[in-house]
Design a protein around this ligand. Structure first.
Ligand code: MN
Length: 233
């Protein structure tokens, strides 16, 4: 018997998978805060603190196909929209209390993502000790390119990661500089939440975060993965 709903339920959010027609259905979007030392420093922090996490709603994704340019509307309320280029880890097999040594068995693939941030609103919430949602979890705050299955992704966890705005370098580093690497991140995350197939993990951004304005074109890259291009409308 078909279920009935009081209005049409939203479609399943999904991301294309490079090299095959089937798509990756998204369950949750986790993000790691301050996970590169030089970015932690530019945000006013030092040292290796335990990893911490926040989430974005799945409908915050701006899904951009390979070779296409995605569009993100400049969001409301902010005067300081920041880019954060990140390696995204796609979980294929769920679990809780996953040990770092076993973490790679749970990874389906990798993608390039942007953790777009209303920095002024996030800063105000930090000052007041309030949740970051208004700074982080708004519509279109999570552009993402195609997911590349592990076997085709090369060494994404040691790859160069970069972001250009209008052709000029803003961020350039290597994923190997993560404070908490991908396996350690999965260990910590799965101690707090039971990971599910379809979860995405935005692993953190290197230094160089800065503002973008309407009309800017962002080109994000992790070597070995399809480039992510997004224009701010
Ligand atoms: Mn981030």
């Amino acid at each position: 018997m078909a279920s009935e709903f009081v209005f049409a339920p939203p479609a399943t959010v999904s991301v294309p998978v490079a090299g095959q027609p089937a798509r990756f259905p998204v369950h949750r979007i986790y993000c790691v805060g301050r996970n590169y030392e030089d970015h932690a420093k530019e945000m006013g922090f030092t040292g290796r603190e335990p990893p911490f996490f926040f989430m974005k709603p799945t409908d915050a994704l701006v899904v951009v196909d390979e070779g296409q340019t995605g569009t993100m509307a400049y969001p409301s309320l902010t005067k300081n929209l920041h880019h954060e280029i990140e390696l995204v880890v796609a979980i294929g097999t769920g679990g809780k209390n996953i040990k770092a040594a076993d973490a790679h068995k749970h990874i389906y693939g990798y993608a390039v993502g942007l953790d777009m941030t209303r920095r002024d609103l996030q800063g105000e919430m930090k000052k007041q000790g309030r949740p970051w949602d208004i700074g982080k979890g708004f519509e279109q705050s999570a552009p993402i390119g195609p997911i590349v299955p592990v076997a085709q992704a090369g060494d994404a966890e040691n790859a160069e990661i970069s972001l250009q705005v209008n052709g000029t370098d803003r961020q350039r580093s290597t994923v190997s500089k993560l404070i908490w690497n991908v396996a350690e991140t999965i260990e910590h995350l799965s101690a707090a939440w039971e990971l599910q197939p379809g979860d995405l993990i935005y692993s953190g951004t290197p230094e160089g975060v800065a503002a973008v304005v309407s009309g800017d074109t962002l080109v994000g890259a992790v070597a070995g993965l399809p480039t992510l291009t997004v224009k701010i409308a």
